[in-house]
Design a protein around this ligand. Structure first.
Ligand SMILES: [Zn+2]
Length: 578
């Protein structure tokens, strides 16, 4: 005990000497700073030298660290939070989604038809009309458009309403792709058919049937680079200073590196490598062994993140893999088949091999799992790998994991498995899906209170993939909107879904700061405002700690600072270009 005390004392002495030795070149004072630093949760001022905080404390003390020519910025009582981190975004895809013009938010089938008619007028006649991000749970009709409705708008041109996991094809496109009554049922999805066995136009899962359609528009490296750069500027405007990009391949990694090399990264990025994990287990091993790097390679701006695969479909599209059959109430998704459990897009053998190889080679692993059955299977794979080489401390992750039941929570805790969760889905989809799942199963929908109480690290993410606008995007990536959801659990119909699972606003803030930094192995560098850490922080428009709960969603960044540099200022109306 005595030795420990002396050590702590020595460390404190060293820290204060360092502060004296270093002079600040930038000081923010007279503010209300929420640090997320347990040792000093609130402060009035921070001093920055280079790209790091060197002092955090009372204004009078911190101002003393000013070097000659230091800039002193009076916060006039404004609130400051640590730089915010989104644990799940797809910035390049989101930017490219609007490269041919803004994508409207679709609220009804009539709006989809209008969009198709407009595109038919402006796009070259041989170009497919692609309607992205169509979710039945977010349409007034609570269903997909039918093929007849697509045909009526497309007038003989090829058109598809898609969300990346399910799609409705019009007759012209069905004909070109050769999808008919005789097309065999795919093992990793379903071709929805009418009573006569004819395809209705709706295809769930089965990505191989739609790959050509989804990648019809080719992008250049320059478009990707430009898209990433402008998306990161939008992220800065939303207060984001770090992100976990949740799926890239070689082209995406190159875009990040190019931006980094030219000194233009304004958001720190931890980039997930996506693999398909198809073929045999031996193929999966080979696919992973080919990569010349593993998790952690990089620097404080750009790092190789986790290895990911997509294990099931989605709760919004009826393809999530559940613990038990979906049941009778799946009309929302365009089918009713009581014994159906959902879709697994990676076999159990391949998933287990992926976890083993990831563990063996030093990768952090994650998988997209939206249904409880898929989450359980992923935990099975982690458990099996853990028996060969312990995964504790490796921060293996469950991505989405919408339905962790008490048993899954307990297993995750035992294995040191963290979660990357999207609270905005609660708001947007909670009302629609609760009729499908029923109250019993909905008890396990994003049980944030239970997860935090069990000691799990849960990071806040958006799964942003379409559109630039932070609040209109699919999915909305405005961090304060996400935090508001985690705190209130209010769905679009104004009801509160499982009020007992609400968390406090400081816990919500932690999801978007320290916890997300933990998923990036970066909690010693970011995630809180502490002397020695990277100077990432956000000045915000309201007092996060005391404003009325419903005002949290309206909080806007006033200024965003990454590594001691201002990357966004509200007054400059910085978010204009793309
Ligand atoms: Zn995603």
């Amino acid at each position: 005990m005595a030795t420990r005390f002396i050590n702590v004392f020595a460390a404190l002495l060293a820290a204060s000497l360092a502060a004296i030795a270093q002079q600040a070149d930038l000081i923010y004072y007279n503010g209300k700073i929420i640090t997320m630093w347990p040792e000093r949760p609130s402060a009035e001022a921070v001093a920055i030298a280079g790209d790091r905080f060197i002092a955090v404390g009372a204004s009078a003390d911190v101002l003393k660290t000013a070097g000659p020519g230091a800039r002193r910025i009076d916060l006039h009582g404004q609130t400051v939070v640590p730089g915010l981190i989104d644990s799940h975004v797809h910035p390049i895809g989101a930017a490219l989604s609007e490269i041919d013009g803004p994508v409207p938010v679709f609220h009804s089938i009539a709006e989809i038809q209008d969009y198709i008619r407009k595109q038919a007028k402006t796009l070259p006649s041989d170009r497919l009309i692609f309607v992205p991000k169509v979710y039945p749970s977010r349409l007034a009709e609570r269903r997909y458009p039918t093929r007849a409705e697509m045909d009526a708008a497309a007038q003989g041109r090829e058109a598809v309403a898609d969300n990346g996991y399910a799609a409705v094809l019009d007759s012209a496109l069905m004909k070109r792709l050769g999808i008919t009554k005789d097309t065999p049922e795919p093992s990793n999805g379903r071709i929805v058919r009418d009573s006569a066995g004819n395809p209705t136009g709706l295809i769930l899962g089965a990505p191989q049937l739609l790959a050509a359609v989804r990648t019809a528009r080719k992008y250049t490296a320059k478009e990707r680079l430009q898209g990433l750069k402008s998306m990161l500027a939008h992220y800065n405007a939303a207060g984001l200073t770090s992100i976990i990009d949740r799926s890239e391949g070689p082209e995406g990694f190159r875009a990040y590196q190019q931006l980094h090399d030219s000194g233009q990264l304004t958001v720190r990025a931890y980039v997930t490598y996506l693999i398909r994990a198809q073929g045999s287990p031996a193929d999966v091993r080979q696919e992973i062994e080919r990569f010349p790097f593993v998790t952690g390679f990089g620097d404080k701006w750009l790092r190789v993140g986790s290895l990911k695969t997509i294990l099931d479909g989605g709760i919004l599209i009826g393809t999530a893999y559940l613990r038990e059959p979906w049941g009778q109430h799946t009309q929302l998704y365009g089918f009713v088949q009581p014994d159906y459990r959902g879709v697994l897009s990676v076999s159990k053998e391949n998933l287990f091999e992926m976890a083993r190889v990831a563990d063996e080679l030093g990768w952090q692993m994650t998988a997209h799992t939206t249904g409880g059955g898929a989450t359980d299977l992923l935990l099975d794979a982690y458990e099996a790998a853990d028996k060969i080489k312990p995964i504790r401390g490796r921060r293996f992750t469950v991505t989405h994991g919408n339905f962790p039941d008490p048993r899954a929570i307990e297993r995750a805790k035992r294995l040191g498995v963290a979660f990357d969760i999207q609270p905005a889905w609660l708001h947007l989809d909670g009302a629609a899906i609760k009729d499908v799942f029923g109250p019993e199963r909905m008890k396990n929908f994003q049980p944030l209170r239970s997860m935090l109480d069990a000691g799990l690290v849960v990071a806040g993410g958006s799964d942003h993939m379409i559109r630039f606008d932070s609040r209109e995007a699919t999915n909305p990536y405005h961090p304060f909107f996400g935090m508001w959801m985690a705190v209130t659990r209010k769905t679009t119909d104004g009801k509160v879904l499982n009020p007992e699972e609400r968390i406090s606003r400081m816990e919500a803030l932690k999801m978007w700061t320290w916890n997300a930094a933990y998923l990036m192995f970066a909690e010693k560098e970011t995630g809180s405002i502490e002397p020695g850490k990277l100077a990432d922080m956000v000045v915000i428009s309201k007092d996060f700690a005391t404003c009325p709960e419903d005002d949290i969603k309206d909080i806007e960044p006033v200024e965003t600072i990454v590594g001691g540099k201002v990357v966004y200022q509200r007054s400059a109306a910085a978010v204009s270009g793309r």
